[in-house]
Ligand binder design. Sequence first.
Ligand code: NAP
Ligand code: F7E
Length: 375
Amino acid sequence: MNRRKKQPKKELPRERVALITGITGQDGSYLAEFLLKKGYRVYGLMRRSSSFNTGRINHLYQDPHDLDPRLELVYGDLNDASSLNKILRSIQPDEIYNLGAQSHVRVSFDIPEYTAEITGVGTLRLLEAIRDSGIQPKFYQASSSEMFGKVQAIPQNETTPFYPRSPYGVAKVYSYWITVNYRESYNMFACNGILFNHESPRRGETFVSRKITKAAARIKLGIQQELFLGNLEARRDWGFAGDYVEAMWLMLQQDKPNDYVIATGRQYSIKDLLAIAFGEVGLDWNDYVRIDPRYYRPAEVDLLVGDSSKAYSQFGWKPRMSFQELIRMMVQADLTEETQRLYGTGYVMSEDENLSMYGQDKLVEVVDAGLRNSF
Ligand code: NAP
Ligand code: F7E
């Protein structure tokens, strides 16, 4: 009898599971998109809020009643170790991206203790939860160029000493070193991505890039008259958030864990940003910008510019979008958003339309206008 040999069962490759803290933030939303496209099952840790905080990921949302939702949101908080423990035990992620933070530098001077608690000790809680749960995920820590602060070398790379200039920067230095320490002490696959400023149309509205692009759009539409800013001399290395989340993922795909600077290598001042943003809507920023010392910081970071050649040589990462393209894209997105706010969705602005005709009577339809000039 011709008996068939019993074949060993083929193991299906286990789908990859990622957990993102800070999924409702700018980077979290781009990273979730990126990982879903790669076929990951994505869990997002979200903190409880009395108002909706999912605006940046609503387009990715899947009803949990769907047959096989690829994206699931779970309640938790970086301030609450028991929630982190519980989530890790039940999800058992292969990769963890720790993007959650109180991320505003100016605000960190107002709430330094809370910033240390979330942006600093929150990372320790997550690393300890990994140890407690007994799983061995790869771990990404969202480190920041703010750690270089009063820069000790130009440009800054992975060997440049840190000199943070804010409670936020100090908290990030703690998170950086605790990540290195857990890698060396417990053999964890843990990486620091030292990312320089990165922006997008989803950037929080009180960071300088978005504050400016939003104001340029609103002034063009006649619903804002002036823009109050702080230090216009500061220089930053600004890239596109969509390019930067790919670097986060690439770091976790290497054979060995390591730390990498991610930057464009180009620096611009706030004045350069103003010129591009207002130029995009045919205005001169000098006519609208006023200085308000309340936006000065007790200690400023004057200049940041990064050297990301290690990331390029290790895994070929380089930025795709230029600073000029980025700022123009943000202005166009804000023009669309503000116009839709005024006239409802479906409105398309024609090129030769006289935008200055939109008057003050429309202002009442714009809700949270007061927030635009905060911070
Ligand atoms: P973001 O837009 O401010 O997002 C921060 C995220 O953290 C939000 O989802 C926020 O939730 C969440 N969060 C805040 N407190 C939390 C808590 N107690 N528990 C759990 N989650 C909490 O920041 P981002 O620009 O996307 O940046 C992502 C990460 O990269 C941050 O760690 C930031 O410090 C770091 N980083 C950013 C840049 C940059 O230029 N964007 C550069 C270097 C490093 P809510 O939505 O509820 O507020
Ligand atoms: O300020 C100056 C301000 O708040 C940039 C965070 O994502 O990147 C970000 O931190 C510069 C500073 O970003 C205003 O003084 C002038 O010199 O947009 P920002 P940031 O402080 O660089 C790093 C890498 C992070 O890690 C952080 O999480 O702009 N500036 N006038 C102003 N800044 C603000 N916000 N508002 C003003 O009116």
